[in-house]
Design a protein around this ligand. Structure first.
Ligand code: CUA
Length: 334
């Protein structure tokens, strides 16, 4: 048993976490989220009512029988209390579970009926980051990007989900429930953000050491702004005219970075890690673990295994001047 004081402290510590971006019960970001939150409250209410009722009955039974002798007293009447077992243990739980089951089936059917979407994104999960490819209506690839999805607000967006390794789960609590990405299987889901804003997401299925640091951000913006972003993202990287950035481009190509990363418009065509063509425009690094600042970028490149142990990003020892040039180049990738 947890003492009451410690339980109070635990609730105090846990409560602020409930109001954060992972709070699906308060999710009002879009049509799916609202329905799921409504059903979540129903299930939570029923579960709490059951806990209160069962605890009350248990306490009442203990209070009633606490003075009875343990053995050797009056022999119990056979079959006494069987009604409690039939009703409380079988009939009532069955009715509750069947009702919730059919309600959840109805909800699943509503959510599966995806409206026609003008935006389709193929999302491929890797340990531990998200590879995103925006697709044209005819299936052509528009742009590859990673870890941050821009979507137009107020309209449905279709997501095709695949995984490059193990099972992960797509989850943007404020916008939609989880959908797994399963090896060898093509899953699909859809999201919609009613209002512009930034919505935090998280891999929802344990996938190894850095599961907790496999974040995904959705930025919903008015359609015109989204289209500007898409056009800018589709453009190849601008080759630096000279100076430190140009030296950095040579470091990137010569120091194995190009073997894993693509920078469109250059010889860097690696497909192991995220596309970095417009890295400087992304708000985060390392799948949401770090804000995209010059200092964090330097830390991430200098000691990736200290920042995100187990990640595929290797430590490439660089002399200080090469590191500075590389940083100048990466920050030029607007
Ligand atoms: Cu990917 Cu957990």
């Amino acid at each position: 048993m947890i003492p009451a004081r410690r339980l109070g402290l635990l609730l105090l510590v846990a409560a602020p976490g409930c109001a954060g971006p992972r709070n699906y019960l308060g999710a009002t970001g879009g049509p799916i989220a609202g329905k799921l939150a409504g059903f979540g409250w129903v299930v939570l209410g029923v579960a709490l009512a059951v806990v209160v009722a069962v605890t009350g009955l248990l306490v009442a039974a203990i209070a009633r029988h606490r003075h009875e002798p343990e053995a050797g007293g009056e022999p119990r009447r056979r079959g006494r209390g069987l009604g409690w077992i039939h009703w409380g243990g079988m009939i009532i739980p069955t009715v509750i579970l069947v009702l919730l089951f059919f309600q959840s089936l109805g909800l699943l059917e509503q959510l599966a009926a995806a409206p026609r979407a003008r935006v389709t994104i193929r999302l491929t999960s890797h340990r531990w980051w998200w590879d995103a490819t925006y697709l044209a209506q005819d299936g052509r690839t528009l742009i590859p990007t990673a870890n941050v999805l821009h979507i137009p607000a107020g309209e449905p967006v279709r997501l095709e989900l695949e995984t490059a390794d193990v099972i992960h789960s797509f989850w943007i609590p404020a916008l939609a429930g989880k959908t797994d990405l399963v090896p060898g299987q093509h899953n699909a889901t859809w999201i919609q953000a009613d209002t512009p804003g930034t919505y935090g997401g998280q891999c929802g299925e344990y996938c190894g050491q850095q599961h907790a640091n496999m974040m995904l951000t959705v930025i919903a913006e008015p359609r015109a702004e989204y289209e500007r972003w898409l056009a800018a993202e589709a453009a190849p990287a601008v080759e630096p005219a000279g100076g430190a950035a140009a030296e950095g481009a040579a470091v990137f190509a010569g120091r194995a970075c190009a073997g894993c990363h693509t920078i469109r418009g250059t010889m860097a065509r690696g497909r192991v890690g995220p596309d970095l063509t417009h890295l400087a425009r992304r708000p985060t690094l390392a799948a949401g673990l770090l804000a995209n600042s010059p200092a964090n970028l330097a830390t991430w490149i200098a000691a990736p295994q200290a920042v995100k142990p187990g990640a595929q990003m290797p430590h490439v020892p660089l002399p200080a001047d090469e590191l500075q040039a590389l940083l100048a180049y990466l920050q030029s990738l607007q």
